[in-house]
Each structure stands twice: as C-alpha cells, then as structure tokens.
Design a protein around this ligand. Sequence first.
Ligand code: BGC
Length: 377
Amino acid sequence: MSAVAVGLVLALGLAACGGGGAGAGNAGGGQTAAPADTLVGVAMPTQTSERWIADGNNVRQQLQQAGYQVDLQYANDDIPTQSQQIDQMITRGAKLLIVAAIDGTALSSQLQAAASQGIKVIAYDRLIRSTPNVDFYVTFDNFQVGVAQANALLTGLGYKQENGQPGPKQGPSVIELFGGSIDDNNALYFYNGAMSVLKPLIDNGTLVVKSNQTALEQIAILRWQQETAQKRMEDLLTSSYADGTVINGVLSPYDGISRGIITALQNAGYGTPAKPLPTVTGQDAEIASVNLISTGVQSSTIFKDTRKLAEQAVNASKSFLSGQTPQPNDTTSYNNGVKVVPSFLLPVQTVYRDNITPVLVDTGYYTPDEIAKGQSS
Ligand code: BGC
C-alpha cells in the first residue's frame, strides 16, 4: 500500500471514531435512543476529594442527557460499603456498572454476580484487578502521570525547565518521596512512571533521599489521606532531618497528600524567606492546591480533565448498552492479573503557576474567583 493510501486509511479510521473516543467502532454506535428505564450504576470511592465529586457529577449528568437513569453512590472510602452499594445496584436492575474501586481487588464476587446477569462493567480511572469480569477501562495515561510528576519535581528543583530543556541547577538536592494508596493499581503506575525518571538520578547521587525510603511499600499513603501524609512528613522530619539538613523537594502523587506534606513542613518552620518550602508536586488540580500554586506555596499539579473522562465512560456505556463493543486505544498496558483489559487512555497536563490561566481558566474548569478563594462555587 502506498504512503498516501495508508494515510487515507488512517484518516478514515479516525473519522469513524467520531472525533476520537471510546464509542463503538462501527457507524451508528451509541445512536440508539436509551430506553428511559435503563438504569446505570455508578460507584465512586469518596467525597473527601473533590475530583471524585466532579467525576460523579459529570458522569451522572452526561448519562442523564443521553436518556439513562442513574444510581450514583459514594462509599466513603470504605470497602464493605462499596461492595454493598454494587450489590444493591444489581438488585435494582442496573444494566451496566461504572466503578471507581477503592480497593482494586475487593469486588470479585459482586462482579461475578454482574457477569452472570449479563451486566457489563466499566472500570473508571482505577483498574479493577483479579477478575475476568471487567469489560472496559477508561482512564488517563497513569505511567505518564508519574513521569510528569517527576519532571515537575526536577523543574521545581531547577534541573529542568518547564519546556523540558535543561535548567541551571548544578549539584545535588535533598528530596523525599511519597506514594499513593497501595491497594489502588494507579499508585503503582504513578510510582513506576516517576521512578523511571528519578531512579537514575538517585543512583548517581544527584538526588539524595535522606530517609533512604524509596520502595513503594515504604512511601505509600493508605487511601491517599492528607492526615496520614502529614504524619509521615512529620515523622520524616524527626527521624531524618533533626540535624538541620534542609529538604529541597518532595515528590507527592496527589494534591491532598501535598497539602498534608506542606502543613507538616510549615509547622516545622519551612515557608519563610530564610527557609523556603521545598518543591512539592501534586495531582488532580484540586481547587485548594491550585490556589496554593497561584501563590507559590505548592509547585505544580497534574491536571486530569474529569469532564473528558466522564465523556469516555459515557461513550463506552452507550456502546455496550446498544449491544456493541467500545473502541479501546490501548490493548496492552493494563493486565489485571487475569486478562489485559481493553482501555481508553486520556492525556494529562502539568500545571505550574504560569500556565494556570490557559489550562484551567480558559478551558472553563475554574473561574479566577474560585482560584483566588481556593474554593469551588
Ligand atoms: C486517581 C488520582 C487521585 C487518587 C486519589 C487515583 O486513583 O487516579 O487522580 O489523585 O486516586 O483520589
């Protein structure tokens, strides 16, 4: 086939996807009007983090617009509660489940029950592990999230510039590492992505982890909790920094964890002209952290547009509910221990103080007023 012909085939293939997405690959996918009594169960982990509130609202709104009934539940980060909620969705007659799991391995029996009744299951943002009964996965490129966090750390420390070019910094820096919840598959991807960038620099002495805690098991923060992160940072300051060594950077995988780290550092005297706060990374562009970035307290975050993730979940739902199969854009990365789950991955963006406006304001995600207040209105 000539290069021109290949280009044409690719262009037609892309056009068939209707603007790119997890909708059915064949024409007409998702066009069928939803019967008004079709119930979709949406299981979200917690309302303590605003990203999940936005995810839940976006998914519900977009499903309702498409004509479906929606049962949206939050589980307060409690595994038995989430299992029970999914049981109830099945009992109420849900025809499809969208699940952001708390513990990626804890839902096998619920999903077995779903499968035996022909209910399709879409894993939302977090992979559901150790079960054959997950049909599709919509998420962001989680390895790249970790790479982006590590690059943002190196940028804050001065080894790199925001455009990826080398920065002015020479000589070593002292850092600490934080990881996500060990039962969330994403935590491993974020860690592996970050370590693909940081490990060579730790090994050659450019980055010094003074606590020597670099394994995911040592740095993980169960359920991504801010208070747990604050406590670990306090413990690190006591155990490894009592000699007065100054910390230059902290790799943090999530904005709530970042705020816990920052509080511990501020309580220990960081955040003055004589002793500036270290570079602290983040994830999710939570409004409280965007406020901290706008005032130079937190260094960066990774923006994941939950509106777009909801859209992919809804596209995939429409495909399944009209008897078709959604179109993945990744069929190799996410092995859940039983099978490789066909996935649709979205890209992410790093936010620093100087690109808050184009990335978060101009796209309508936050208003300048919300950022100034550090609160969504
Ligand atoms: C999500 C992150 C989020 C974290 C804590 C992860 O599974 O991918 O976006 O920061 O959970 O809620």
